[in-house]
Design a protein around this ligand. Structure first.
Ligand SMILES: NC(=O)c1ccc[n+]([C@@H]2O[C@H](COP(=O)([O-])OP(=O)(O)OC[C@H]3O[C@@H](n4cnc5c(N)ncnc54)[C@H](OP(=O)(O)O)[C@@H]3O)[C@@H](O)[C@H]2O)c1
Length: 319
């Protein structure tokens, strides 16, 4: 099968086409013919080992797994003998979690991992960019008890995780203020934000109002920078926390305010994807595509995503 692999960390030219053996599904797996995958912020970070500690998971001197790609949409081509949930021909989408391996024509997937049928009416490219953004956003938002009319500020609202946070918060009827560049402001308004602040024109840290929840979705702010904007019971959540946030979490915990700062790594759970699947079916959320690249253009897609300026998501057509 055709694939894109990387044998060392580095710039986009470490990604190269290669012909690999088609995987054989185990008894609890399905073999998916991939029609679309994505390039996420996590993909370029692993490719370039940025920041350095990524190597502790991905391989110290070189990548342990040479196949990148964390999410996919495609069609079930074979099912293992223990699999009852899926049949040959099902249109499915899912996340590989901390594993990877979707820059290829086929992937063998455990049925207990984040795997589900694609909702009616959703194309492969759209379905392929759902899991990472939405599962990450859902994981973190479950840790806060979001109520209707609560005031939420999302910094980095125009990215993959940010746009999913925005839609999940709106599905709970929260009032959402999004922060992004002027270039992406009109998109964010269309995606449902009640108010959009361009960080090029206005310093959100000077806002007079206070928030129930502030989300740092792309690591361009910190608890220290925003804590004066939180209500007394307000929470700060970051899926892209820097060391300062972890130190502040430690300080807050020692002061008995351990609930105020939420950081960590999102789990990619099957039951959470089922929730996202029903929200998609009910048309309460949808994935937003910035660009779609062909399979041979994976290095170019990496170069674009690495700029950190995309609006929503970038998909790759595989078949
Ligand atoms: N903890 C976890 O489990 C977890 C899970 C998923 C992702 N992540 C991490 O979370 C981060 C975000 O992921 P992502 O996929 O959402 O990234 P992304 O889609 O690549 O983020 C790009 C967005 O960042 C915005 N941005 C850039 N500079 C900004 C600034 N100064 N202020 C505000 N927004 C700015 C850009 O908007 P403008 O062009 O409008 O500036 C663009 O829309 C990544 O570092 C990723 O690795 C962590």
């Amino acid at each position: 099968m055709k694939a894109f692999t990387f044998k060392k960390y580095g710039a986009t030219d470490v990604l190269n086409p290669e012909i690999l053996e088609k995987p054989n599904p185990k008894s609890n797996q399905v073999l998916v013919k991939i029609h679309a995958t994505s390039v996420t912020a996590g993909d370029w970070r692993v490719r370039s080992a940025t920041p350095f500690p990524i190597r502790f998971h991905a391989g110290l001197l070189k990548p342990k797994n040479t196949l990148l790609g964390h999410e996919f949409a495609g069609v079930v081509e074979m099912v293992g003998e223990e699999v009852a949930e899926f049949r040959v021909g099902d249109r499915v989408f899912g996340s590989m979690g901390m594993k990877s391996g979707t820059y290829a024509e086929y992937v063998a997937v455990d049925v207990e991992s984040a795997l589900a049928k694609i909702p009616e009416g959703l194309g492969f490219e759209e379905a392929a960019v759902v899991p990472i953004g939405f599962l990450s956003a859902y994981h973190f938002l479950q840790k806060v008890n979001l109520q209707p009319k609560m005031k939420v500020l999302i910094h980095g609202v125009s990215g993959s995780v940010g746009s999913a946070m925005l839609q999940l918060a709106k599905a709970k009827d929260a009032y959402v203020v999004g922060v992004c560049s002027s270039k992406n402001a009109s998109w964010v308004r269309k995606w449902g934000a009640d108010q959009v602040i361009s960080y090029e024109r206005e310093d959100f840290a000077q806002l007079p109002e206070k928030f129930d929840l502030i989300i740092n979705a792309v690591g361009k702010t910190s608890f220290r920078e925003i804590k004066h904007l939180l209500k007394s019971e307000g929470r700060y959540l970051s899926n892209d926390a820097a060391l300062a946030d972890y130190l502040d979490l430690l300080t807050q915990t020692l002061r008995g305010k351990k609930e105020q700062i939420i950081v960590g790594i999102a789990e990619q759970k099957k039951e959470d994807l089922a929730v996202i699947q029903s929200l998609l079916e009910a048309k309460k959320v949808k994935p937003y595509l910035d660009r779609v690249y062909r399979f041979e253009e994976i290095p170019a897609a990496h170069a674009y995503v690495e700029k950190g300026r995309k609006a929503g998501n970038v998909a790759i057509q595989v078949a």
